[in-house]
Structure formats: C-alpha cells, structure tokens
Design a protein around this ligand. Structure first.
Ligand code: HDE
Length: 732
C-alpha cells in the first residue's frame, strides 16, 4: 500500500468510526417522533430535525454530510489543512478555525448559587376554578393543563460537585401560562437564613469555598460559614432544617418544595388573599442518612440526576400536588409571627393546606445545556392575579434574578431562548440588543403613535399591583415583629421523631467539629441553648466542650408554648409504600434465579425496581443452568444505591464473597443504614462473616419461597427499620 493509500484508508476508518458514534439510534429517533415532541428546543442535534424543526429518523445510508456552522459541506473532519504531509497548519483552514473557535467559547459563567442543577419538562393540571380568589388565568378552568419546566439544584456546590451534599435544594418551576410566564422559584425548605436581601452576598460568600484557599467546596462545614451563622441569630430556624435530613434527600422525587415567601392572589374584583405555596410529592418524603450520603457521593455523584432521568425515561413520571395556605389580613394580624418574615412558617396544623392542582414531569430535555443551563428563573415573573408581598427578601430577589441572567446568558435577549420563551402572544417595542432572534415589524417602534400600529397597554387585562395603603418614613430598620429568632427553631426540633432529633444532633456535631476556631463552636452552642437545652448539651458533649457557655442574648425569649407540628417530620409523613424505590439483589453463580424473577415481578407490581449486583457485570449462571446479566459488579453497586437489599447466593459462592471487602460492606452498610435485608439460606456464610449476627432483628428476613418474598416486600414498605439505629451507632 502506498503512503497515500495508507493515509486515505486511515482517514476513512476514522471517519466511519466517528459517524457511527454520532448517528442517533434509529429506534430512539422513532420513539421521540411518535411522542410528538417537536416543540422542543432547536439545537445542534439538527441532524435529527427537518426544516420545520420536526424530528426525523436518520436511516443507515442516509447519513447527512457534516457542514461548518455556515453550511459549507466538509470533506475531511479528521485532518487539518497543512503544507505537505508534516508541515504547519494553514490559517486558510476555515473549517478548523470555525470548529475550534466555537469550542473555545462553549462555557458560560455558572450560576453564582444553585450552579449544579437538573431539569425536566412537564405540566400543571388544575383541580378546580380558583376564580373567586385569583384572576390568574392558569387557575380558572378545572382540568386545564399548563406546560412547565422545573429545575432542581443544590445551592453551594459548583457545577461539577456531587448530588448528596448536605444542602438546601432549589425547586424552581417556570409555568408557561397564557398570560405570561410564572416563575415560582422555591426551595425544599420553607424558610431562609436571612430576613433582608441586603445580607445575601455575605451569606453566600460565607458558605462558598473560602476565598484564600478555595476549599472546602459544596459544604457548609467550615469556619467562615459557622462564624457568619453564629453572628446571625435570625438563621437559627433555617439551621435546624438544614441540619435535618431534609438536606440529604433520597431523590428529587421524594422531597417537598416551598414558595417560602407570602405572596398575594388577587381576584377580578381586586380583592387580595395572602398565599403560601407548597409542593407535596406523591411518593411521600424520604431522605438518606449522612453516612450513606457520604458514600453515595463517591459511588454515584449523579445519584439524583440519574434517579430523575431513569424515572422519566421509564415512564414513571414524578408527580407533586400544589397546595396553598390562604389567609387574610385579619389572620396575618392575629398570627404569632410576621407573615412577611421569611424565617417563619405558618404550621399546617394552624392553617391547613388546600390542594389546587398537580404537577407531572414527563419529559427530559433533549439537551442539557439548551434547557437546564439556559433556563432563566426570575421571581419578578408573575401573571395578573399573582402579586408580591412586602417580604424584604422577596423584594430584593425581584432585582437580583433579572440582573444575574444578563451576566450568565450574555444578552438582554435571553427571553428569546426556547426554554425561556413565552408560549403565549407577546407585543412590545423592545428591540435590538445582542442575539435578537426577532424584532417588532412595521414603522412604529414607539407609542403613542399616529400610525395606528403596535400594541397599547390595557388597564383591564394588564397586571395591576395590589394598591396596598402604605405610608411612613424612609428607614433602614428591622421591624420588631421579626425579632423572635428561636421559638420556631424550637418548634421544628420538638416536632421531630427521636430518630430525626438524633440526626440533627449528629449533623450539628459533624459540621461544627469541622470548625477550627473554638470560640465559634462555643458561640454556636450558646444559640442551641435557646432552642433546646438537652440538644445543646448533647452537641457540646460530642464536641468535647468542657464548660457550657451562657445562652446567647435573645431579643425575645423563646416561646416554649408553641405546639409541635407533626407535618414538619419526614418520618411521620412516610409513604408506607415502596413505589418508586429500588431494591438491590446481590446474586452469585448457583443461586436460585426463579426467586429473583419472582421478586422482580412482585416489586414491579408495587412500582419498585430491582437491580442486580454480581461478582462480575457479565452476570451469573443460576442453579437451574439459566443465566442473568448484572447491572453492577459488587464494587460498582454498593448497597447505598438501594433502598433495600436481598442476598441471593449459593453457599459455595457466599463463602468466597465472605473474603471480599466490597461484599461485606454491601451487607454491613445496608444493616447500619437501617435497611431491610432479605437473604436465602445459601447467603449465611456472608452474613456470618459480618458482625451482624448478634444484632439480627425483624428487618433481616429469611427468604425461602414465594410467601416469604411477599412478606419481605411488605416489610420494605416501612423503608427503614429505625429502631435498629441505636444499636449500630456507638456514638449516638
Ligand atoms: Fe435565589 N438566587 N436568591 N433564593 N435561588 C439565584 O439566580 C437570590 C433565595 C433560588 O434553577 C440566582 O439565576 C437573592 C430564596 C433557586 O436557575 C440569584 C436572595 C429562595 C435558584 C439569586 C435569594 C431562592 C436561585 C443565582 C436573597 C427560595 C436557582 C442564579 C434575597 C425561595 C434557580 C440565578 C435555577 C438562584 C439571588 C434567596 C431560590 C443570584 C438575592 C429565599 C431555586 O439571582
């Protein structure tokens, strides 16, 4: 073969390989086209789209020709243009320059907070007409659906951090209503750290990595954060929530969302009703334990992303109910706390929530960057019928969100991007700017004009700010009604089960133990003393603090008479179901695979899934000679990835696994994380090698046939056997 022939052969082989990789799977293309998903963003996967933007299948032999960004067909995408075979690359190589130029500019700034997020499309469905309380168009007609996009996020970590950081989760919903986008930009925790937006930059600076050393990342466990917090008594209620298991959710699908602030609904007659928004997951609440979270972050940093992706791709569409708490000025005046203070809740026992609709997430974006990165949420986006309250945090947010989008997305025209674009008519005279996809047409680009062109405002249809009577001096003050910082923190703590209280104590101990400055540790304990003395003493003991400090000065003494609110506990609101949960089965050669098949059927009938963990990912051969493939090998499928586990081993293979550290961890972690464990007799050598035998309990279930399998699955509905925890945590 001549060198010319050799080169062209290499070129051909490389080109074929890259085309094979780039070609979309025909079946995938078909499926998407059938589902009628042509309303999705137009992006660089245009090889899958027709001129009208519709998806089409790319058949074998019908491979499109690569082009430059400007449409010139490309003859060779593997070699740059050179002088001779070994000479320098030519400036003339416009294809190389075009390709490299675009690549060099791929990154945009990440969000200053909530950088790591994951989004999905779906819809909101109205239960009934709310016309008597709001004129918001989306709430007028029962059964009507409104398209939406949701982005879940962690707050502190950078874009590439891990999913199970102890952190607040963002829960931002953009609804494309017929009267403009409504962005309900909430969190999975109903209160916030600070009462006034002007403190936000300090809060965020303190919690992010320290500026000189650039660590620690994605965690609050460091001096700067606890220094700030210990000087910020208004944070104490939020601290109780963040130190609870709410901050380590098992899945986005099992967590609540909250609008946090008090908003207003305004009806067609101009009557205002205060409203607080709550999203409640259909599958119930569930979190993991801290030791598990730490291990999940290593085993699968994308644990929450993968969970949402798998659920939606397999047709198990996650669902939340939207609830509201509605109240008037009279209730607000009679309530113990100020409804404008974002560090306070209104307990559901005091003011029950009312379900008004449901949200279903049924479609992942075709492309992460197009939708999840480019989505721009703004609290200022409210349709007529929804209005703001004077919560000073909300008022400040209304500036920050618009401002930050320009920095991140680079042009005032970010509202033209498909994920941000309205799905209703829009008319205005805004024009030009970088990247304008559209401009008003016609002669008039101002109003009033004599040409009879363009839109005019409508006092009847337009958004009218609620005409609240307000008078007063300009003051930089905090109202006295915001002064009680400890009572609701205590109420949260006493509303938890003992298990949950222990987790809060454990979390506080862990976080504050990472603080290197003893004075900050002690200052934190002085705040805890105002919340619950026994909790403060336990934390102090675990931190090795010899002398208890005096309680922190409090502007208002803690109210001890606030009743516990059971709605605040995760465990008291468990689902009693394994729907949406995952069982991991450790299988070996020689195991009884009929049991595994039956387990899969039974689990599926309850809406749970089963994944197989085996010594090799190639799978195992069972006692009946049939074989089954595995989802993970043992090292790659630790039990922290599952909600319950089953040990399905033959005796000979279990004896071998008893010498395997990953297999022993699989069993012991499941046990210490209070999970239910099913096992067949053959697995005994593995169990015996752990130190579980002396602690066996009703959560470890022997399986020898169909009945015991069913019994095991019904036991799993409790999700965890928390009674086991005191036995396994020596330090508790
Ligand atoms: Fe945010 N917040 N925030 N925040 N926030 C941002 O906007 C801000 C607050 C929340 O998935 C930023 O686009 C201020 C409370 C979510 O894209 C920024 C204050 C709540 C998201 C910003 C708050 C939230 C953000 C950064 C105090 C719950 C992610 C990037 C006054 C009710 C949205 C961006 C997404 C993001 C400012 C406090 C929720 C800088 C000034 C309270 C879910 O604009």
């Amino acid at each position: 073969m001549s060198s010319e022939q050799f080169c062209s052969r290499v070129r051909w082989v490389l080109a074929q390989a890259s085309l094979r990789e780039a070609r979309p799977h025909p079946a995938g293309g078909m499926e998407m086209a059938k589902a009628g998903r042509s309303d999705t963003a137009i992006h660089d996967l245009s090889i899958q789209r027709g001129e009208g933007g519709e998806l089409h299948q790319v058949a074998e032999g019908d491979t499109p020709t690569t082009t430059t960004a400007f449409g010139t067909p490309v003859s060779d995408d593997q070699n740059s243009l050179k002088i001779g075979r070994r000479g320098p690359t030519l400036m003339e190589d416009f294809h190389f320059r075009d390709k490299m130029f675009h690549f060099d500019h791929e990154r945009i700034p990440e969000r200053v907070v909530h950088a790591r997020g994951y989004g999905a499309h779906g819809y909101f469905e109205n239960y009934e007409s709310l016309a008597d309380i709001t004129r918001a168009d989306l709430f007028q007609r029962p059964g009507e659906r409104t398209q939406l996009f949701v982005r879940f996020s962690t707050v502190v970590g950078n874009k590439g951090s891990f999913d199970l950081a102890r952190d607040v989760r963002g829960f931002a919903v953009k609804m494309y209503t017929k009267e403009g986008n409504w962005d309900l930009v909430g969190n999975n925790i109903p209160v916030f750290f600070i009462q006034d937006a002007v403190r936000f930059p300090d809060l965020v600076h303190s919690i992010k990595q320290e500026p000189d050393r650039a660590f620690p990342q994605a965690t609050a466990a460091h001096d700067n954060f606890w220094d700030f917090i210990s000087l910020m008594p208004e944070s104490m209620h939020m601290i109780m929530w963040v130190m609870s298991d709410r901050a380590i959710p098992r899945s986005f699908r099992f967590m609540q969302g909250f609008g946090v602030h008090t908003f207003r609904f305004v009806n067609a007659k101009g009557k205002s009703t205060f409203v607080k928004f709550h999203w409640k997951p259909k599958l119930g609440l569930q979190s993991v334990v801290w030791n598990e979270a730490v291990k999940i972050n290593g085993a699968d940093p994308d644990f929450h992303r993968r969970d949402l992706w798998n659920a939606i791709k397999s047709g198990n569409f996650p669902e939340w109910e939207l609830h509201v708490q509605l109240f008037d000025q009279e209730f607000a005046d009679s309530f113990d706390f100020d409804v404008l203070d974002p560090t306070k809740i209104i307990p559901e026992e005091v003011l029950p929530t009312r379900p008004i609709g449901r949200m279903v997430l049924d479609r992942m974006p075709d492309n992460f960057f197009m939708d999840t990165e480019q989505v721009a949420f703004m609290t200022q986006n409210v349709p007529p019928g929804i209005d703001f309250s004077n919560d000073p945090l909300l008022q400040g947010r209304n500036f920050s969100y618009l401002d930050t989008q320009l920095k991140r997305l680079g042009s005032t025209n970010f509202s033209h991007l498909p994920v941000n674009a309205l799905k209703c008519p829009m008319h205005h005279f805004q024009q030009d700017g970088h990247m304008a996809f559209r401009n008003p047409v016609g002669r008039a680009n101002y109003q009033p004009n004599s040409w009879g062109e363009g839109p005019r405002e409508s006092p009847e249809r337009g958004h009218v700010a609620y005409p609240e009577d307000i008078e007063g001096q300009k003051l930089r003050v905090r109202p006295e009604s915001f002064a009680d910082h400890y009572s609701q923190a205590r109420q949260f703590y006493i509303s938890q089960t003992e298990t949950e209280q222990n987790h809060i104590i454990g979390a506080l101990t862990f976080e504050i133990s990472k603080v290197e400055t003893p004075a900050i540790r002690i200052r934190m304990v002085s705040h805890l003393l105002n919340i619950d003395e026994e909790m403060a003493r336990k934390v102090a003991t675990k931190l090795g603090i010899k002398e208890m400090p005096a309680p922190a000065d409090a502007a208002v003494p803690t109210r001890m008479d606030l009743q516990p609110s059971p709605a605040l506990s995760i465990l008291r609101n468990g689902p009693d179901s394994i729907q949406g949960r995952k069982i991991g089965v450790l299988v070996t050669d020689g195991a009884e695979l009929t049991l595994l098949r039956r387990l899969k059927e039974l689990a599926m009938s309850e809406g749970a899934t089963v994944e197989i963990v085996a010594p090799t990912v190639g799978g195992v051969v069972g006692s009946d000679g049939t074989s089954i493939e595995a989802n993970h090998n043992i090292e790659g499928g630790p039990s922290v990835l599952f909600d319950a586990v089953v040990l399905l081993a033959s005796e000979a293979e279990a004896a071998k696994l008893a010498g395997d550290a990953a297999a022993l961890d699989f069993v012991m972690d499941a046990f210490t994380h209070c999970k239910f464990i099913g096992y067949v007799q053959g697995a005994m050598p593995l169990l015996e090698k752990t130190n579980m035998m002396a602690m066996m309990d009703e959560g470890v279930v022997a399986i020898d046939g169909e009945d015991s399998l069913a019994r095991f699955l019904s036991t799993c509905r409790k999700l965890r056997l928390w009674e086991r925890e005191p036995k396994t945590r020596v330090n508790q």
